[in-house]
Design a binder for this molecule. Sequence first.
Ligand code: ARG
Length: 464
Amino acid sequence: MTQSSSQTWSQRFESALHPAIAQFNASIFFDIELIEYDITGSQAHAQMLAHTGIISAEEGEQLVQGLEQVRQDYRQGQFTPGVDAEDVHFAVERRLTELVGDVGKKLHTARSRNDQVGTDTRLYLRSQIEHIRGQLRQFQTVMLDLADQHVETLIPGYTHLQRAQPLSLAHHLLAYVAMTQRDWERLGDVYRRVNISPLGSGALAGTTFPIDRHYTAKLLGFDDVYSNSLDGVSDRDFAIEFLAAASVIMVHLSRLSEEIILWASEEFGFVTLKDNCSTGSSIMPQKKNPDVPELVRGKTGRVFGHLQALLTLMKGLPLAYNKDLQEDKEALFDAVKTVQGCLEAMTILMAEGLEFRTARLNSAVAEDFSNATDVADYLATKGVPFREAYNLVGKVVKTSLAAGKLLKDLTLEEWQALHPAFEDDIYGAIAPQQVVSARNSYGGTGFEQVRQALQQARQRLSEV
Ligand code: ARG
């Protein structure tokens, strides 16, 4: 087969790729995602080439304008590159040359696809991180609004999934605000290392041309440039860090999902799923399924998988660029889409897809022994050593269970038979509202603490 004038490779190649290998080799089917960033990066490169006199000012202008035309063509669906372009970088360069003629062939002066793809990926990730941080803020706002409504709604608190101590529902919700606050901060930290320019590293060793790497970095809004060209073209730490941060976000969303799935079950009955966020069964007419949190829980595994994939991808790579690196993209793109989709769905679910069954929640905590610690605390404040009080209460729980009674059902005589320190105020001390309210230690579930925590969280949300 002879090569057409639009051949990709140098004259060294005599025949074209085997069609199946061309397909195998191509990344255009997925790296088209990078096209806008590729164009922006190329425009900066062209401006730099003109600025440093490597090409003329007029040529620089032609390249920038031509690239803008490629962007418009793409947006309007008039440019849909296929397998013959191999990847997005070739596709854009080729289209540019079709549009502006021979000057288009100057674009790749002093550049390699290796530093180019690194630049594109960073530009892409930078804007995705900004988007995800915005989504985290929206999620937090919804959770805060919910928490506001439920400071005095009680919910059983669990350890080992056994009833432990009652909580303010707002306190429970605020735990997720705290988790996602760390997520937001972590992504901000990842961003600092994403936002470094590899452009100008060349294929691996820099370039013979008098380029100005700081000029392109500034045009593209990078904070710094890679100081080692080998590292510049082969570093994917920033992507691994992003996937790690994304995985932690998914852990948090998945834990919340698991709770909602439990809460929506008949056994718990703490929330009702609304029709806009649940589905039915094709055979069991009574069912309402928590698909949204189930899917979020399920998709979590994908993001973890992508992190593993990238770590494994990198571990055996000699410096500098290897084609293996082309495999970073699908992992990254899918993780970005998955996290964004899950954050959006969970925000909608929390904002308008479920209702807390307040009456049931409040009564749930009155029907158990989750106030047992408070009886022990009561005795301890009256001077009984805590361990002794703990043992006494264990005994009374056992006899009450056997008698089918709750602690609130015991008569004062029964309490006093257990220990003379009990007085009439024991009933107030073990009432659920009081049990929660009394945990007024910093960071605890006491209503006063929760109100302060809410206020602090609101303040934090206004930080950028
Ligand atoms: N499509 C390639 C990738 O995603 C671009 C860089 C190719 N570089 C090369 N030397 N073959 O990694």
